[in-house]
Ligand binder design. Structure first.
Ligand SMILES: NC(=O)c1ccc[n+]([C@@H]2O[C@H](COP(=O)([O-])OP(=O)(O)OC[C@H]3O[C@@H](n4cnc5c(N)ncnc54)[C@H](OP(=O)(O)O)[C@@H]3O)[C@@H](O)[C@H]2O)c1
Length: 189
């Protein structure tokens, strides 16, 4: 089971749209449970892989409150600030706040707008980093079902700050070119 915590926003809804097409089992979490939306904690407890899709400013408080529910789960941190930041990445903050979670950072370069439009193929790569190789591989396998490119291993969780800065870069490119861009790494076998 895949959980989408904060799954009522554009990124979470886009991810849900893609997972639905793939026939994956998933649950969506929200701070305001209603209808098919579960409390975030229940969504986390029911899942083996949890995508954390809340805005960056909400990450630390939410993850701290869900630390027990996230223990032993693979937690995918997609949070990215549009401004250049100093210090720890959101993925590292997540790992600190939920020390028993297996945190993988990734999907920062995948546009929610494109995710939300399942007719548009995602001809791009997903860049991932994390310290747990097995968790990274499992998230990579999910990523490679969603995009037609590959999951690219970008190293340990320390590299998350580099990945998180790419979203702002692409947002600027999108604005200039009136496009929805992604990233493809060339030169890999
Ligand atoms: N948008 C993109 O193209 C894109 C691309 C790459 C990565 N990302 C990352 O994906 C994440 C989600 O983006 P988004 O645009 O979907 O975000 P969003 O719509 O602003 O927020 C997603 C959901 O998070 C919950 N939420 C809002 N504030 C919260 C808080 N302070 N604490 C806990 N939960 C809160 C809300 O759900 P409830 O009210 O139902 O709880 C909201 O619907 C962000 O971290 C962003 O950096 C986005």
């Amino acid at each position: 089971m895949i959980g989408i915590v904060g799954g009522t926003g554009d990124f979470g809804q886009g991810l849900a749209a893609r997972l639905r097409i793939l026939g994956e089992d998933f649950v969506i979490g929200s701070r305001t449970p209603r209808g098919d939306y579960l409390p975030n904690e229940e969504a986390a407890r029911r899942s083996e892989v949890v995508f954390l899709c809340v805005p960056p400013e909400g990450v630390h408080e939410l993850v701290s409150s869900l630390a027990d529910a996230l223990a032993s789960r693979i937690v995918v941190s997609v949070a990215a600030s549009l401004r250049l930041r100093e210090g720890r990445s959101y993925a590292e903050l997540t790992a600190q706040a939920a020390p028993e979670a297996r945190v993988v950072a990734g999907f920062h370069t995948v546009s929610a707008k494109v995710l939300l439009n399942p007719e548009v193929p995602l001809d791009e790569d997903v860049l991932l980093c994390g310290d747990d190789d097995d968790a990274k591989q499992r998230v990579g396998a999910i990523a490679e079902r969603i995009v037609s490119g590959r999951a690219v291993d970008c190293g340990g969780l320390r590299a998350a700050r580099r990945l998180e800065s790419l979203t702002g870069l692409l947002v600027g490119v999108n604005r200039r070119y009136k496009a929805n861009t992604g990233i493809k790494v060339t030169g890999l076998e």
